[in-house]
Each structure stands twice: as C-alpha cells, then as structure tokens.
Design a protein around this ligand. Structure first.
Ligand SMILES: *[C@@H]1O[C@H](CO)[C@@H](O)[C@H](O)[C@H]1NC(C)=O
Ligand SMILES: *[C@@H]1O[C@H](CO)[C@@H](O)[C@H](O)[C@H]1NC(C)=O
Ligand SMILES: *[C@@H]1O[C@H](CO)[C@@H](O)[C@H](O)[C@H]1NC(C)=O
Ligand SMILES: *[C@@H]1O[C@H](CO)[C@@H](O)[C@H](O)[C@H]1NC(C)=O
Ligand SMILES: *[C@@H]1O[C@H](CO)[C@@H](O)[C@H](O)[C@H]1NC(C)=O
Length: 437
C-alpha cells in the first residue's frame, strides 16, 4: 500500500515537472472558497446547524410576533450567465488547461431553478426557527390567518417557502405517517409586488437606476479598464488565448466558479484560472454593480423598500390592537430585495462609498455586499416583544445575529423610536415615488 502511494506521488511529480505545456493553475479547497466570503454559499456548519439554542430575552417581555424575510435557496445560474458559459466553452475549447472541463454543464432549461442544496437550506431554516423560537411556536396549530406565508411569483421562492414550512411544521400536521402540514402561500405578479420585488414594480428605478445610470457606468467602466482588463490580459497570455479574452468575461469566470462549486461541488476548473486576489477583485466588480443598483450607490434605494416596512408596521399594530390574529408573517424573496430592505433601513452602511478606485486593502474591508452577507437562504427576522407597561420592542436579526438599527438605543428598539426612524417611509406613496421624473 505504502509502495503504491509513493509510486503515485512519483508519477505525478514526474508529470508536473516534465510536461512543458502544463500551465500554472490555482488549487482551492471548498472550505477556502466558502470561508472567504466570496460567494453566496453559507458555510455548511451554519446552514445545516442542528444545535440551535432557544433565544433568551429580557424579563417581563414576551415574544408576540415574528416577521421573516428570507432569500430562496441555492439555485442554477440565470439564463444570461448560461449563455455566457456557452461563449466561454467556445473560447476555451482549444486551451490546454481546460481540455477536461471547458464544456458548459449547465442546461439552459434549469436556469434559476433550485438545486438540491437549495431545497435543503430553507428546510433547515424552518427547523432552526422552531428550535430558536421553541416557546413561541409551542402549541401553535397551523392556521392561514395566524401564520402567513408569502413568496414572490417564481418557482425558486415558492419551493423554498414550501421547504421552510416543512421544517417548521413537519410532524405537527395531519397528512400521512410524517404528519405533514399543507399550507397556503400567496404571491403577486412581479409588476404589482411592491413589498417583495419593489424594484420590478418601480418604473423610475428601472429607468434611472438599473439603466441610464451615469455614476454606475462610470464606476464599472473605470474598474473594468483599470482592474479587470489586466486580469484578462494575464489569462490570455498565460494560456495562449487568441484573440485575447474580452475583459467582461472575467467576472463571469468568477461566477462560473461560484456556480460550479454550488451545483457540482467543483473547486478546480474555472476557479483554477483566478488567483485568490483576482477572485476577490472579480467579486468586487459585482459588488460595485449591486451597490449602485440595489444599495447606497443611489438615493432612491434608501426609500424603495418603504412598502415592505409599511406593511410590517401595519401587521404589528393590527395584531397589537386586537384587529388581527397573525403572529407570524413569513416571506420568501430574492437577494436583491433583501439588499434593498436593509438599505431602506439604512443599516450596515460602509464608512466609505464603493468606487472604482478603492485600494485592494479597502476592497478586502468592504462589509456590506450582497455576496458577503446575504447568503442563499439568509434569514432576516424582526421580533416583536410586548413588555410590562405595554412597552413594545422590536429586534432585527440577520442569520440569527442581532444588529443595531442606527438611531435605536439598543438591539431591542422601542417601537415608537423604530417608527420615528423610518419616518415618512411608512405610508409612502410608492406610485408617486416610482413615476418617471
Ligand atoms: C480548435 O481546434 C480545432 C482542431 O484542432 C480547430 O478546428 C478549431 O478551429 C480550433 N478553434 C479555435 C477557436 O481555435
Ligand atoms: C425597464 O427599462 C428598459 C430600458 O429603458 C425598458 O426597455 C423596459 O421595458 C423597462 N421595464 C419595465 C418593467 O418598466
Ligand atoms: C472600458 O471603458 C469603455 C468606455 O470608456 C467601456 O466601453 C468598456 O466597457 C470598458 N471596459 C470594461 C472591461 O469595463
Ligand atoms: C464536496 O466534496 C467534498 C470533498 O472535496 C466532500 O467532502 C463533500 O461532501 C462534497 N459535497 C457535496 C455536496 O457533494
Ligand atoms: C380593523 O380591521 C377592519 C377590517 O379590516 C378595519 O376596517 C378597521 O379599520 C381596523 N381597525 C383598526 C383599529 O385598525
């Protein structure tokens, strides 16, 4: 046995040192790629944790209501990316390092659908919710007026919602041996869904932030030419690619790496073309994009999720006034929506704006990006407490970690203070805000 291992090592060494056409590629482990917050993937020890402790909260307070907004689970790439992977297949067909993996394994008909991990992640979120809020859920029988489920109108959010409900209610329902619970969940057409896909319901956003956005274009072009183009040049020279690789494809190679890892558990192939530094620089290209489209890069994004908060406030007050029996409002949506909800709450704002000319040291320090913080199936809970003296408190958590809302005195924020901070975002006139200027 030992002999065989030595023999293999010897052969491999020989191969590496004597094959003149074998070029340098980078080797990564799954752990390296996931733990460095490059991708949407949540580390498995967190995503699938079972040892969830029940929350504790201040004496003389009772948890009365939960509002959850969560991202759907891991999915296949979007259709545009799959088309680009076809393009990359053609370019890399004759590149020697890619000869075993240049073919695009992503079938177009699967675009945007959940992958297996993506079905399991929200299921675990449901299990974890039951454990974390054991006292709250204890004795709650499913009733569509008491526990509301909502998703956006896509298969990935709908299926994630179902998986979550299984985790939460499985064993408590009436169906079959597993005592599954049938649940009702609702959704609205994209162009009407101003609480969950507010950006698609907002014409002004579409035509002044997503497109015709001068600042976004300036930053993205500057970064593309200054930072991404040299990476394309390096790859073209090192692997003899002619005509040279279009720099716009570099961030897509990064994304290809992310999806190869997510769907096929591969850390070689497209990942092996980029150095650790280039991976982060490529991620930052997308960070710049989403910062300017979905976050603090445009002032409209600090208001655009106002309908989400308007319905949250109404949901809380209707319940506290005895006008509704809803104790949990559980919503499944997209990473971009969550980014906008957090931006409208003005939390996690980095101390400096994200621009093309940040240094690498600064890029490493950027905290609030869709990639770094909003994983597949990330959860945001708003917990509503009623305390002695009719005092109402709200606490916000991202992936079960409480965060401070600027302006609140502590993570448990006085309800009236919370409303004061949101100000006229509550009850906003979405139609007027979103009309073309
Ligand atoms: C790749 O190689 C094949 C055969 O070796 C050749 O027919 C084809 O034109 C090459 N493609 C490119 C893009 O160089
Ligand atoms: C968004 O803007 C683009 C470009 O201006 C336009 O073609 C498209 O129809 C718009 N979509 C919506 C939903 O308004
Ligand atoms: C470089 O800048 C030009 C415009 O000045 C732009 O068209 C091009 O897309 C930029 N390149 C990259 C890779 O962003
Ligand atoms: C991915 O591969 C690693 C070994 O490289 C293995 O430990 C892990 O279980 C695999 N995960 C999946 C989802 O196949
Ligand atoms: C209670 O609900 C009813 C029906 O939805 C509504 O007409 C009424 O204004 C609500 N009252 C309060 C105090 O919110």
């Amino acid at each position: 046995m030992i002999y065989r291992i030595l023999y293999t090592v010897f052969i491999v060494n020989l191969f590496v040192s004597y094959n003149p056409t074998l070029c340098k590629t980078y080797k990564y482990t799954r752990e390296y790629l996931i733990n460095n917050h490059l991708f949407y993937l949540e580390p498995p020890q967190i995503a699938f944790a079972q040892d969830i402790k029940q929350i504790s909260y201040p004496d003389k307070c009772d948890l009365k209501q939960l509002h959850l907004v969560t991202r759907h689970g891991s999915r296949y790439p979007d259709p545009d990316s799959i088309t680009i992977y076809d393009e990359l297949e053609k370019i890399f067909a004759n590149v020697s390092v890619a000869k075993d993996w240049y073919k695009n394994p992503f079938p177009m008909r699967k675009n945007f659908q959940l992958v297996k991990r993506g079905e399991i992640e929200p299921y675990f979120d449901g299990l974890q919710s039951r454990k974390r809020y054991a006292k709250f859920w204890d004795g709650v029988r499913y009733d569509p007026e008491v526990v509301k489920f909502q998703s956006t109108r896509t298969s990935r959010t709908g299926a994630s919602m179902m998986a979550f409900s299984e985790g939460l209610f499985n064993g408590k329902g009436s169906l079959d041996n597993c005592k599954s619970q049938p649940i009702f969940y609702w959704n609205e057409p994209f162009n009407k869904d101003d609480t969950l896909v507010m950006f698609l319901a907002c014409r002004r956003w579409n035509e002044t932030v997503a497109t015709n956005n001068k600042i976004l274009e300036e930053q993205i072009y500057a970064y593309g030419n200054k930072t991404i183009a040299p990476i394309a040049k390096r790859i073209s020279e090192e692997y003899n690619i002619s005509p040279p690789l279009d720099p716009h494809l570099v961030p897509n190679i990064f994304n290809y790496c992310q999806f190869s890892l997510t769907v096929y558990n591969r850390t070689d192939a497209w990942c092996s073309l980029l150095s650790p530094k280039e991976l982060l620089l490529s991620r930052y290209y997308w960070d710049l994009y989403s910062y300017h489209q979905f976050s603090y890069g445009h002032p409209l994004n600090e208001r655009i999720a106002c309908r989400y908060f308007t319905q949250l406030v109404k949901g809380v007050e209707d319940y506290l006034n005895g006008n509704s029996s809803m104790i949990a409002d559980l919503k499944n949506t997209h990473g971009t929506s969550i980014y906008m909800i957090l931006t409208t709450l003005v939390v996690f704002k980095d101390k400096f704006p994200l621009t093309a000319d940040l240094t690498f040291e600064q890029i490493k320090k950027v905290k609030f990006t869709e990639f770094r913080l909003i994983h597949w199936s990330s959860t945001i809970y708003f917990e509503i407490y009623k305390c002695s003296g009719d005092n109402v408190l709200i606490r916000a958590l991202l992936d079960f970690k409480p965060f401070l809302i600027p302006g609140c005195d502590s993570e448990y924020c006085e309800w009236n203070k919370f409303k004061e901070i949101l100000g006229d975002k509550i009850g906003c006139d979405f139609e007027m805000m979103c009309a073309l200027p």
